[in-house]
Design a protein around this ligand. Sequence first.
Ligand code: GDP
Length: 530
Amino acid sequence: MSNRPELPPEIARRRTFAIISHPDAGKTTLTEKFLLFGGAIQLAGQVRAKGEARRTRSDFMQMEKDRGISVSASAMSFDYRTFRFNLVDTPGHSDFSEDTYRTLTAVDAAVMVIDGAKGVESQTRKLFEVCRLRDLPILTFCNKMDRESREVFDIIDEIQENLAIDVTPASWPIGMGSDFIGCYDLLRDRLELMDRADRNRVGQSIEIDGLDDPKLADHIPAHLLEKLREEVEMARGLLPPLDSQAVADGTMTPIWFGSAINSFGVKELMEGIGAYGPEPQPTRAEPRQIAPEEPQVAGFVFKVQANMDPKHRDRVAFVRLASGHFERGMKLTHVRTKKPMTISAPVLFLASDRELAEEAWAGDIIGIPNHGQLRIGDTLTEGEALRVTGIPSFAPELLQTARAGDPMKAKHLEKALFQFAEEGAAKVFKPAFGSGYIVGVVGALQFEVLASRIELEYGLPVRFEGSQFTSARWVAGPKDKVERFVQANKAHIAHDHDGDVVYLTRLQWDIDRIERDHPDLTLSATKEMM
Ligand code: GDP
């Protein structure tokens, strides 16, 4: 990134990121405080309240609430100082890792929130691995320092060893649990004190001239000050100093300590996102990559959400702008179909509510309402035939047969299933032989979510039954060879919603054998969405 040209100021001020965390670490609370300091809400608590009002709208959402997970992701934009932050929400549950993966293709950085008492948890690790696949820069926030937490060196060690990333402290906590009074800001030599009385207020910030400054003693009890000096000296000796290139490359993470619920450490983290965020990065595409500073608009769909409003059958495609300056009413080319599309009612996800987007810049996320033309992985440009790459579709790990509860409604079921397939919520395969549809998901919970959404949104009862197959592989190769293979293996063949050929089996052995006997064919567990 060091060799990149300077970006137009409107693009350079954008920071597009996601928060990754294990459930309960404090993602919602932190989001709320971001919005509070971003001036998007007046009082903390509104995000949750709004979330709940939305959730009561349907039983599906009720299920989401009961299980304490967030199935639907969205985006939020807000300003902080000179920056425009675009926060893209990731579903936290492991059953939705594919959705999460795609969401992370739309951001330039991730904030990893961990609970100071728990350290790196299972879901943190999984999400971290996904970030690593894309070398995303990661900024770490160690939350809940107002509670009894682990020793700071332990936490840092655990991150370094468990996640194999260098950790550099951006701040150092003073005291712990009920003794916690604040942090020493190592990047800016300031003392940050927590205000326990008012959770929505930021405490005092005092400029300090290094750790020997006598002013420190006015604010920190002697025993804590001594410990702070010792620990910081040790940390500076043992841990690497902050290297912005290493952060940009994703090999080093700066860590801030704080307490989201007490609004503490949040502003420092926001400053950190501003400083190391980074600014919008180039997007991988064929036949060439797209640079954010290009004057022409390009963008790609990373998520489709259907039925956001149950009364309208509309869908919203979430588009990450890869380049240029977008204005409402623009005519863009839908590269897959080569058709022009006038974007007359784009949605910008301003934190206060959905609002009509008059303009947006590279790095921003816009929502485009449509009737199904826009699919995950689609590219929009001002005419050039570019195709954004790297948005995969994974082979499902669980397969079941879906049958309409009412046999008269089989056609309707197909429509509903294909729609969810386009949304990326499941894979749907129509077997070459036999009736029913084979539905594949990554996690078992998705079957329940699908069944209740199909009932709710389409009024169709549906049954999921065990399938004779357990694995699906996309078949690729020369056309005539694929065709011959299909003819010879009809009982194992199905087509996905794009019409692509899929081989179904219950034996890994089958897959190995085909790969051996048909060197011209590839059986793939992922398919690039297009
Ligand atoms: P999420 O599941 O990651 O979104 O976590 P939430 O933001 O919902 O927080 C989980 C719980 O931890 C809630 O009860 C929060 O009130 C609490 N919590 C969040 N931040 C802090 C903090 O800094 N200190 C303490 N003590 N509790 C916190």
